[in-house]
Design a protein around this ligand. Structure first.
Ligand code: HEM
Length: 390
C-alpha cells in the first residue's frame, strides 16, 4: 500500500525505525506476559466468556465470526490497553469490525490496481472506503492514547501504551532528541499490533471450527483424545504434549487455511542471488507462503486436510520445516507465541464444550471451503451449530 502511514509502524516499515519498534514491541509484549502464565490465565478467562456467548445460541446455527474475533481481540487489547471489553461493547465491535474491513479491502483487486497506479486512488470506490476506515482507526487510536495519557503513572505501567509513553518521557527528560519514540510510531505500532493480533488469530480459529464441522470423523478423534487425556478438567498449555492428535489438527488447520498467502512484501536489504536469479538491493519481494504450505515435495497430500502431516507412524507429533504460516527469518511474526497459545486454548476449550455441525438441511459436503480473498484468506460467510456436549 502506498500510504504514508505504512512507512512507520512495524508491519510495513524498514531500517532503524522498524528494528527499534520491533525490539521494543517484542520485549514489552514479553514483559506483559506473552508466552507466559499470566497471559495463559487471561486466555482461559476469555475462553469462559466466549463459551458463555456461544451458549446463548442454544445450538442454533449462527455466524461465529464476530464472537471469535472479539475474544481474540480482548487478549491483545488487555496487553495493549490494559483491559478487555464485553462483546456487546460498541467501541470493541466498531474497532474489530473496522480492522476486518481494512484487511479485506487491502487485498481487493481494485486496491492491488491502485498499488500499481497510485494516481487512480481517488477514482476507486474501495480506495475511498479504505482511506476513510484508516482515518477513523487513527482517530480512535489517538483517543485511546489520549485517555491513557491522562491517567498515566510513570511508576506503574499498566499496558503497552503506558510502557511506550513512559519510555518516551524518559528519553525526553534525558534530552535525547530524534528518537524513534514519537507519537506516530506509538499510534501505528498500536494499530499494527491490535489488527495483526486480532484478525489473524480469529480467522484461523474460525477455519479450525469449520474444518471440524466439515470433517466430523476428525472432530471425533480430537474429542476422543481430549476426553481420554484431560476429561472435563481445565486444559492448560502443558497438556499440549499429551494431545498430539489435537495439536496436529491445529497445525494442519493453519497449513491448510493458509491465511496469509502472500505474507508481507519487503525490500531486500542487500544484493542477493536466489535460485540463480540476481535480485538487486532494494527490490520488493513477496514471499509466497502458499508455495511452502502447499509444496508437493514437502507434504504427502498438500491439497487435502490431513492431520497425519504432523504425526509419525506411532501417532507422535512431529514438527515440519515447511510449516511456515508465521513466515520465517528476521520478519517472522512477532506474535507467534501468543497466537499459538490462543489457538491451542480457544480450540481445545471450544471442542471440550461443543460439537460443531453444519446447520440443519446442510450436509458436510456442502460446507464451502473456498476462501474470501482479501489481504488474508477468510472463510466465506457461513453458519455453524455449536451444540453443547452437556
Ligand atoms: C494465527 C495467527 C497469526 C498468523 C498466521 C500471523 C502471521 C504473520 C505473518 C505471515 C507475518 C508476516 C511476516 C513477514 O513479514 O514475513 C506476520 C507479521 C507480524 N505479526 Fe503475525 N500472525 C498471527 C498472529 C499475530 C499476533 C497475535 C500478533 C500480535 C502480537 C502478531 C503481530 C505481528 C507483527 C507485529 C508482525 C510484523 C513483524 C515485522 O514485520 O517485524 N501476529 N504475522
Amino acid at each position: 500500500m502506498n500510504s504514508a502511514h505504512y512507512q512507520k509502524s512495524i508491519l510495513f516499515s524498514n531500517g532503524d525505525s522498524w528494528k527499534e519498534m520491533r525490539r521494543f514491541a517484542l520485549s514489552t509484549l514479553k514483559d506483559f506476559g506473552m508466552g507466559k502464565r499470566i497471559v495463559e490465565e487471561r486466555v482461559i478467562e476469555e475462553c469462559r466468556y466466549l463459551i458463555e456467548e456461544i451458549e446463548q445460541y442454544e445450538g442454533k446455527a449462527f455466524d461465529n465470526t464476530q464472537a471469535i474475533c472479539y475474544a481474540s481481540s480482548n487478549i491483545i487489547s488487555s496487553i495493549m490497553f490494559g483491559e478487555r471489553k464485553d462483546y456487546k461493547d460498541l467501541a470493541l465491535q466498531v474497532m474489530v469490525d473496522r480492522d476486518h474491513r481494512i484487511i479485506h479491502l487491502t487485498g481487493s483487486s481494485s486496491i492491488l490496481i491502485y498499488n500499481a497506479f497510485p494516481w487512480l486512488g481517488p477514482l476507486i470506490k474501495n480506495w475511498r472506503v479504505l482511506m476513510k476506515n484508516i482515518e477513523d482507526g487513527k482517530e480512535n487510536g489517538k483517543r485511546i492514547i489520549g485517555e491513557l495519557k491522562e491517567t498515566l503513572n510513570p511508576e506503574k505501567s499498566r499496558c503497552f501504551v503506558d510502557a511506550f509513553l513512559i519510555h518516551k518521557q524518559n528519553l525526553e527528560e534525558s534530552e535525547i532528541k530524534d528518537s524513534h519514540y514519537h507519537d506516530d510510531n506509538l499510534l501505528y505500532s498500536m494499530m499494527n499490533l491490535f489488527a495483526a493480533g486480532t484478525d489473524t488469530t480469529g480467522v484461523t480459529l474460525q477455519w479450525c471450527l469449520l474444518f471440524m464441522a466439515k470433517y466430523p470423523h476428525i472432530q471425533d478423534r480430537v474429542q476422543e483424545e481430549m476426553s481420554r487425556v484431560v476429561g472435563s478438567h481445565q486444559i492448560r498449555m502443558e497438556d499440549r504434549k499429551k494431545l498430539p492428535y489435537t495439536d496436529a489438527v491445529i497445525h494442519e488447520s493453519q497449513r491448510f487455511a493458509n491465511i496469509v498467502p502472500l505474507s508481507i512484501p519487503h525490500k531486500t536489504s542487500q544484493d542477493v542471488t536466489f535460485q540463480g536469479y540476481f535480485v538487486e538491493k532494494g527490490t520488493t519481494v513477496i514471499p509466497l507462503l502458499t508455495s511452502v504450505l502447499y509444496d508437493e515435495s514437502e507434504w504427502e497430500s498438500p491439497h487435502t486436510f490431513n492431520p497425519s502431516h504432523f504425526l509419525d507412524g506411532e501417532g507422535k507429533f512431529i514438527r515440519r520445516d515447511a510449516f511456515m504460516p508465521f513466515s520465517a527469518g528476521r520478519r517472522v511474526c512477532l506474535g507467534e507465541s501468543l497466537a499459538r497459545m490462543e489457538l491451542f486454548l480457544f480450540f481445545t476449550y471450544l471442542l471440550q464444550h461443543f460439537r460443531f455441525t453444519p446447520p440443519s438441511g446442510v450436509t458436510e459436503d456442502e460446507l464451502d471451503l473456498k476462501p474470501l480473498v482479501g489481504f488474508t484468506y477468510t472463510a466465506s460467510p457461513h453458519q455453524l451449530c455449536c451444540v453443547s456436549r452437556g
